[in-house]
Design a protein around this ligand. Structure first.
Ligand code: SF4
Length: 218
């Protein structure tokens, strides 16, 4: 089974509790205004890998211990078969290795749409952050981009791990964005505040660094 991936990183500490494996799927058909991840929109066969290869990367990368897996994008539910296969592999690994990591998934689709079209996939998740990003609504709560996006525990493990965070405000987080370098590219991971990326761009410019091909505008 092939899955199209934008990037994967470890450790991620700004998208869910603890030290996490972060996997960003490539391709999003939703197109929220103000999306800061526009580099994930286009489907790109050049970014395909097998689910087995991705699971191998997860096992090797997090061998020293981790708390959870965060799936984002792009739109994970635009690749439903690959997403289901990945979740089945993660759950098998968790059971066989007696691990207790949780699986959190973001989606820009409304919760009701996911319940109607993808109930079997939801049953494999511990927590979900659904609904489209709405630029006109404020960033209020931890791990969410706009105030319309709920954090929904879906399993017993999800309830246990996420209950303390359901009403945690974004300002309570020690940090909201992580930076990582990949050759000439700089990745920003997390939930930036409104205007943060424009402010970063302008600060870089005053210091002689021009950011090109940024993902927060087309
Ligand atoms: S915010 Fe998420 S769902 Fe919305 S366009 Fe961007 S990647 Fe797609």
């Amino acid at each position: 089974m092939k899955i199209s991936i934008n990037k994967a990183h470890f450790p991620v500490s700004v998208l869910g509790p603890g030290k996490r494996l972060g996997i960003w799927l490539q391709g999003c058909s939703i197109g929220c205004k103000g999306c800061v991840s526009q580099d994930t929109w286009e489907r790109d066969p050049g970014r395909d890998m097998t689910v087995a290869q991705l699971l191998d990367w997860c096992r090797e990368t997090a061998a020293g211990g981790f708390d959870g897996v965060t799936l984002s994008g792009g739109e994970p539910f635009d690749q439903p078969q690959a997403l289901a296969a990945l979740l089945e592999g993660l759950m098998r690994w968790r059971t066989r290795s007696k691990l207790d990591f949780d699986i959190l998934c973001y989606s820009g689709y409304p919760h009701a749409t996911l319940q109607k079209n993808h109930a079997k996939i939801l049953a494999k998740l511990d927590a979900l952050i659904p609904e489209p990003y709405i630029d006109a609504k404020p960033l209020t709560h931890i791990w969410r981009g706009s105030s319309n996006q709920p954090l929904i525990p879906l399993s017993a493990r999800g309830h246990r791990k996420y209950a303390p965070y359901l009403n945690t405000l974004a300002d309570a987080a020690a940090k909201r964005v992580q930076t990582m370098l990949d050759g000439a590219r700089v990745w920003y991971v997390g939930i930036p505040g409104r205007g943060d990326m424009a402010a970063l761009e302008s600060t870089c410019k005053t210091r002689g660094v021009e950011l090109t091909q940024v993902s927060w505008r087309s």
